[in-house]
Design a protein around this ligand. Structure first.
Ligand code: PA5
Length: 415
């Protein structure tokens, strides 16, 4: 199997400074693998995923797929971004067959009545299930969306029928969702207490909805396990060292996707990097860029604007489908394919940006398989955790997010 590889185009001095931190990165990885700090359960979870849990996920997913033609995943942040990223990224061999798998909708990540009304309208006439995901079990946005969807299910299937269509993923012991799942008998799964939301896509949080949508979750876990091999761990360590050095030089990291199938993965990366590293006055602001789309808007700023950023480019080397240009009017483009054009955009952009000394990190993703997705997730999780440790922050907490959650609940209590 081909693996992810990462190339660097930047000043030799920057790379030398990064390589001088290799020993620190080794120590950080050792600390993670020894689980010498809280919330490090993810480091070996995918590679040693309990078989009985995996089989139960697959059985429950088959039950969901047999029961409905649409299901809604309710969650915010780490409770939905990973599943959405995988659904957009991974190919399903039979995805062309209409109705082969239930359609997946997401809710609970905004507080828009318009969004949720439109969602209810789309569900009209469909057979519906709901997967509600919240580690804490009390986050406002998913709680409100769950109340809305639960009411919809009650009206449609009655209380007992609705309860058979609700699946919960939450903490093993605490929280409102856990108590409700127990009281109402929802089929439920546990997000282990030592895995935080943004590191949870390779747990039931991502695996249940993805299996119910027809994706090969075993391949995904194999890809993640492959990333624990020394070669990819070394790649993640160097990626982390380079990012830690660039943190001293720049304030923005553009995370660019060339293929739209990677756009939702980019959103997952923004959460991972932003929430893990942006604290104690540290971190680099991660900003998404869609190529070629944004080259015709932000491209001007990147080339000639204030040089506050470095670039991380996400490029799929062997995309699922390619189309060759044909037809009487094809002219100079005749016989050329989209993958050639994508390569031309990548090289053209890199040449232009090299010319103005923008540091560039190229992440080459082999293909759109579930295996590559699992590998990609793990490489980014490890890179992020090691970068955070090199920067001296705790990559697993999110006190700033908790502050907004509290402020919002305080406001509601006072009004
Ligand atoms: O990474 C994290 O832990 C957070 O982004 C959470 O995923 C997010 O805040 C949602 O929290 P919860 O799953 O408790 O509703």
């Amino acid at each position: 199997m081909k693996s992810i590889h990462i190339d660097y185009e930047m000043a030799e001095a920057t790379l030398a400074e990064a390589d001088a931190r290799a020993g620190e990165a080794d120590a950080a990885v050792a600390k993670l693998y020894e689980k010498d700090m809280a919330f490090t359960g993810w480091v070996d979870y995918a590679a040693h995923f309990p078989e009985d849990e995996l089989s139960r996920i697959e059985r429950t997913a088959a039950e969901i797929a047999g029961k409905c033609d649409a299901f809604v995943v309710i969650g915010i942040g780490g409770s939905y971004l990973g599943a959405r990223a995988a659904l957009s990224f991974i190919d399903r061999p039979d995805s062309k067959k209409p109705g082969a798998w239930p359609e997946v909708f997401f809710a609970g990540f905004n507080v828009s009545g318009t969004y949720h009304q439109r969602l209810l309208d789309k569900l009209e006439g469909r057979d519906v299930c709901v997967i509600v995901i919240s580690k804490s079990g009390g986050t406002l946005e998913p709680s409100v969306a769950f109340l809305t969807l639960k009411n919809y299910l009650y009206n449609k299937y009655g209380q007992a029928g609705a309860h058979e269509r609700i699946y919960a993923i939450t903490d093993a012991k605490s929280g409102k969702l856990k108590a409700e799942a127990d009281a109402n008998g929802y089929a439920s799964f546990v997000l282990p207490s030592d895995i935080g939301g943004r590191y949870s896509v390779l747990s039931p949080v991502g695996l249940l909805p993805l299996a119910a949508a027809g994706l090969d979750i075993r391949q995904m876990l194999s890809g993640a396990a492959s990333a624990e091999e020394p070669g990819l761990v070394a790649a993640a360590k160097r990626f982390a060292c380079v990012r830690a050095v660039l943190e001293g030089q720049k304030t923005v990291e553009t995370v660019s996707f060339f293929d739209p199938s990677v756009e939702d993965f980019t959103a997952w990366v923004l959460q991972l990097f932003g929430e893990s590293e942006g604290k104690d006055g540290r971190g680099v602001f991660p900003a998404p860029v869609g190529i070629s789309r944004d080259l015709h808007s932000l491209g001007q700023f990147l080339q000639e604007g204030r040089q506050i950023f470095y670039e991380t480019l996400l490029f799929v080397e062997d995309p699922t489908a390619d189309i060759t240009i044909e037809g009487a009017d094809a002219g100079d483009y005749a016989g050329r394919s989209y993958s050639e054009f994508a390569r031309a955009v990548l090289e053209g952009m890199a040449k232009a940006h090299r010319g103005v000394d923008i540091p560039i990190i190229r992440v080459y993703i082999p293909d759109n398989s579930a295996y590559s997705f699992g590998q990609l997730v793990y490489v980014f999780e490890l890179t992020c955790a090691v970068t955070g440790l090199l920067m001296g922050v705790d990559p697993f907490n999110q006190p700033g997010v908790e502050a907004y959650k509290k402020g919002m609940l305080d406001y509601l209590a006072q009004t």
